[in-house]
Design a protein around this ligand. Structure first.
Ligand code: ZN
Length: 246
């Protein structure tokens, strides 16, 4: 869809209040030009918008409790999530969560902790270190969830490998944080019915990449999320946080 048309639709959607929560999915927040990366200044503007316009930013675990209790979810409820576990979440996201007092969940692929990924033009993505995870957990604003161990497409795996990917990541994160790890986001969103069954045996909260709102008639093990990336402008952001992505 042409961007200007999208802007008009999101502008109209932003004028109304819709039932249910919108879970946002971020990746990197940094000064690089990669597709999934949001610039720190834009990220700050987005959080300020949520604060100024009285959105309720709640923990993913609180949202799961509302859903499982079949309790009504107020309009303008938002959850913040971050996939992959980039180190810029510690450097650029945590200070802003503190500034606005917003909670978030970071989904970490545990085999990637303390590693790097080369990008184009000599740049690289650096992943969280163990100490970063401990410090973020101590802030009490950040919960950690699994994003598998090796960031593999879980739907491609045989059952024993699938179980291992899920349980290894849970074990490592539990040890690092001293907390039970209750949530998972599927790498690349890939899952089948079998993946979902295996994941439900290990985690209570499971996030997909299917866009849309989440209401009390849903399931905490099949949560829709809405990607916020470098291509989402501010007009679109204001529509997405109420309606979800179109
Ligand atoms: Zn990922």
């Amino acid at each position: 869809m042409k961007n200007f048309l999208k802007n008009i639709i999101y502008f109209i959607l932003s004028l109304f209040n819709y039932d249910g929560a919108v879970i946002l999915m971020y990746h990197s927040v940094a000064e690089n030009d990669e597709f999934p990366t949001v610039k720190p200044a834009n990220f700050e503007k987005q959080l300020k918008y949520l604060k100024d316009n009285k959105f309720q930013v709640i923990k993913l675990s609180e949202l799961a409790e509302l859903i499982n209790g079949r309790r009504k979810i107020a309009p303008k409820t938002v959850c913040l999530t971050f996939d992959d576990g980039y180190r810029d979440n510690f450097l650029n996201v945590l200070p802003r969560l503190n500034k606005f007092n917003f909670p978030a969940t970071i989904f970490v692929s545990t085999a990637l902790i303390s590693t790097k990924k080369a990008l184009k033009h000599g740049k690289e993505f650096i992943y969280l270190k163990e100490q970063d995870i401990k410090e973020m957990r101590a802030s009490n604003l950040v919960d950690f969830g699994s994003h598998s161990h090796n960031h593999v497409k879980l739907s491609n795996l045989a059952r024993p490998q699938l179980k291992q990917e899920l349980e290894t990541s849970k074990e490592i994160l539990s040890q690092l944080t001293g907390r039970d790890i209750i949530s998972l986001s599927y790498p690349s969103g890939r899952h089948t019915r079998e993946t979902e069954e295996a994941a439900k045996n290990v985690f209570k909260i499971i996030c997909t990449v299917e866009p849309g709102r989440v209401n009390e008639n849903g399931h905490s093990w099949r949560l829709k999320r809405n990607s916020i990336d470098s291509q989402v402008n501010f007009t679109q952001f204001k529509g997405i946080v109420k309606f979800g992505r179109i």
